[in-house]
Design a protein around this ligand. Sequence first.
Ligand code: NDP
Ligand code: 8X3
Length: 255
Amino acid sequence: MERTVFITGASSGFGAACARQFAEQGDRLVLAARRTGPLLALAEELSARTEVHPVTLDVRSRARVREAVEGLPERFREVDLLVNNAGLALGLEPAHRADLDEWDTMIDTNVKGLTYCTRMLLPGMVARNRGHIVNIGSTAGAWPYPGGNVYGGTKAFVEQFSRNLRADLLGTRVRVTCLAPGMAETEFSMVRFRGDAEKAAQVYAGTERLTAEDVAGIVGWVTGLPPHVNVNTLEVMSIDQSWGPFAVHRADGAE
Ligand code: NDP
Ligand code: 8X3
């Protein structure tokens, strides 16, 4: 059955890869992001396969999210699947040197924006008694690392919010999944390092990292399972990523 899929952060990375994958299946697409150029290019690319409604949207604006949802053309009104993917990390500085404006941006996007999109689209799903929300969390939401401070905090919110949503939705056929990927090569690190391509490249150098297509494939799998199967939380890493030992500070500086 063809579905209507609403993807936030569709202008690059995971969001764009999800859009391409769902277009292959003929799903109708609402593609949202701030950058109109890449959105329109993607909409044009995919329009040969499916119906696409691109919408320039900053998820940090509650009013704009409401307008975007209320302004959906008739054919796109009944959203079956929301991929709450728009998000970002800014900086890797320790908390005592981090930029408070950047902390605000991460909280406003990854936490508040995600809740706005959820709250505006959920009533329709509940009324139709069908739907699926896939929230993109991160390994950073479960596993701390130096400089992860607020970014990791926002992703921990995403994971617990996802579980709490399912608690509220018990008795409905609306599914909620938190997908928590590890390191994946997208524009993510260019954004985190404020356009420093060299630093961004170092993150992935010499590794077989996850790709946006890997993540889209997992979103496709999770949402294609029989409707009574709800994947609550799913953590995924590349084979080249794992945990380290606890860090210990020693007064004598010994390793
Ligand atoms: P990208 O930077 O490639 O994509 C991020 C997307 O989010 C872009 O389309 C961007 O579009 C959009 N976005 C950012 N801010 C806003 C906003 N205020 N309103 C609307 N859209 C916004 O990175 P990824 O594809 O990697 O990131 C997608 C998600 O995956 C994020 O939530 C990220 O935290 C998460 N993630 C990434 C991992 C990785 O290693 N890459 C691992 C785990 C999770 P635009 O700039 O046009 O608005
Ligand atoms: C992105 C993965 O490890 O850079 O969420 O935080 S990480």
